[in-house]
Design a binder for this molecule. Sequence first.
Ligand SMILES: NC(=O)c1ccc[n+]([C@@H]2O[C@H](COP(=O)([O-])OP(=O)(O)OC[C@H]3O[C@@H](n4cnc5c(N)ncnc54)[C@H](OP(=O)(O)O)[C@@H]3O)[C@@H](O)[C@H]2O)c1
Length: 503
Amino acid sequence: MSHKYPKTVLCVGKETVNTVLEEIEKINRFAHADIIELRADYIKEEELTEENLTKIKNASDKEILFTLRKQEEGGQRKISDSVREAFCFTAIKIGFEYIDIENSTPKDMLDRIMSEVRKAGRSTQLILSFHNFSETLESEISEKFNDIKSKNPDIIKIVTMANSEADSNFIIDFVRSNVSDSVRLALFCMGEWGTTNRIQCHNLGSALTYLAVASGTGTASGQLTYDEFVSNPDIQKTTICGLIGKPIRHSMSPLVHNAGYRDQNINCKYILIETDDIDFAIHYIKSNNIRGLSATMPLKIKAIKFLDDIDPLAEKIGSINTIVNTAGKLKGYNTDVVGAIRSIKDVMTLKNKKVAMIGAGGAARAIGVGLIEEGAEVIILNRTVEKAERLAGDLKCRFSGIDPAKLQDCDLIINTTSVGMYPRVDESILQEIPPEAVVMDIVYYPLETKLLKLAKQNGNETITGFGMFIYQAAEQYKLFTTNDPPLEVMKKVSLERLSELGK
Ligand SMILES: NC(=O)c1ccc[n+]([C@@H]2O[C@H](COP(=O)([O-])OP(=O)(O)OC[C@H]3O[C@@H](n4cnc5c(N)ncnc54)[C@H](OP(=O)(O)O)[C@@H]3O)[C@@H](O)[C@H]2O)c1
C-alpha cells in the first residue's frame, strides 16, 4: 500500500490466547481492516509465550502489530524492560509486520531493538510512539515529533488527550502540515474530542487509525468501532478489490495489483478472501462494497448464477475469473482469454494457424474460445479423451488423445495442463517436439518449465505462461480501476517474486 493512505488498525486486548484468536477470526472478515494490533500486555503472563505468539501470527493473512505497552504509557500490567525487550526480539523473529515501542524506552534498549528490526529487513516495521494521557501540549507534540523523527522509525506515533476543541484543532493542523509521502505520522487524540478528531486525521493521511472490534472492546477512549468507521459517511475509505477462491494463500495477485495501485497513487487495496462458499463470497462482496474481484477455483463457474450481467466472451466460455461491482450490480468477465491471446500475439498471428492445445480443463476452454475467435484451426489433445471430445464439441474443432502424430505441421502447441508445474518440475507433457512449432506453456511457476527447456534445446520459439498471467491481471486492473495498468511495474514485482521463489 502507498504510504500516503492511512491504514486501519483493529485493536485486540484480551487476556487469553483463545479469546485473542476468536477476535482475530472476526477481524479476518473485515474487508476494511488492514492491521491487527495484538496488545500483548493484556495477555495473562503464563500465556505470553513464543508458541502462542506464533499461533496468533499465523491466525491471519492481515498484517499484525505487536505491542507490549509499558504500564506508564497505558499498559495493562507491570512488565520489566528486559522482558519487554526479549518479547520484541521474539516478535521480530516470528515475523510480526510491525512492533510498537515507546519513545521513552531506555536508549540502549531502543538501539538494540531498532538494530534487530533493521536486520530483519523490511519484514518488520517499527512504530515509535509517545502518549500523553492527560493533556495536549503544543510544544511537547512538536518536540516529540522532532525527537522521534530524528531516530528514523518507519512510523511516528503521537497520541494525546484533547481537553478542548482547540487541542483537537491543533492536532488536525499538525497532521495537515507534517504528513507527506516521506513522513508517516500517526497522530490523533483521545477523549471526547477523539472521535471526530480521528475521522479528520484519517482523512488527512494520519498513518494509522485505531478501531475497536465492537463497542466495549476498545483499548483507548474516543476510538470508533469498526462498524462506526465503515458506516461513517465522512470517512474517505479505501476502495477494496481482492481474490476469492480456495486455496489462494500463495497467490501473486495481491502483490501485482497492489504494486499497480501504489505506482498510480490510487487509494485502493487488493486483499485475499479465502473461501469456497459462493453464498458467503457474494454476501461479502455486497456487504463490504468490494469494487472488483478476481475469482479462482472452485468459484469460476459457481459464481455465474449470482451475477446480474456477464460479458459475452465469458458467457461463451462458461466461466468467469473477474467480477466487477458497480453500485451493487455484479458483472462477470473472463480475462484469461485476453491474457492468453495477447501473449501469443506478442510473438505470432493466429488467423488460419494450426494450433494443438493439450488439455481440456478450465484454462483450455477459455483459451480455445479465444483461439477460435482469432480464426485459428484448433485441435484439442487430452489424456481423458471424452473431455477433449466434449470441449471440441462446444468449440466445433477436432480432438484426440495426446498423440504426438497430431502435432506434425502445427504452427503453435500450447500446454494447458498442470504437468510441469511446481513441485513436479521435472515432468513434461511432451518428450519430442516438432521442429517448426512455437511452443507455449501456460504454467508460469517455474517460469521456464521442462517443456519449454526441451523446446528451446530443440530450437523452437517459446512463450512462457507469465505473459498470460500478467496480461490477465492487467486486464482486471483496468476493469477495477478504469486506469491503464502500469504493466512494467506489475511485471517487475511478479518476476522478482518468481525469482525469489526459484532460489
Ligand atoms: N498462466 C496463467 O495465467 C494461467 C491461467 C490459468 C491456469 N493456469 C495453469 O494452467 C493449468 C491448468 O489449469 P486449469 O484451471 O485448466 O485446470 P483443470 O481445469 O483442472 O484442468 C487440468 C487439465 O490438465 C490435465 N492433466 C492434469 N494432470 C495431467 C497429467 N499428469 N497428464 C496429462 N494431463 C494432465 C487434465 O487432463 P484430464 O482431463 O485427463 O484430467 C486437464 O486437461 C494449471 O497449472 C494452472 O496453474 C495458468
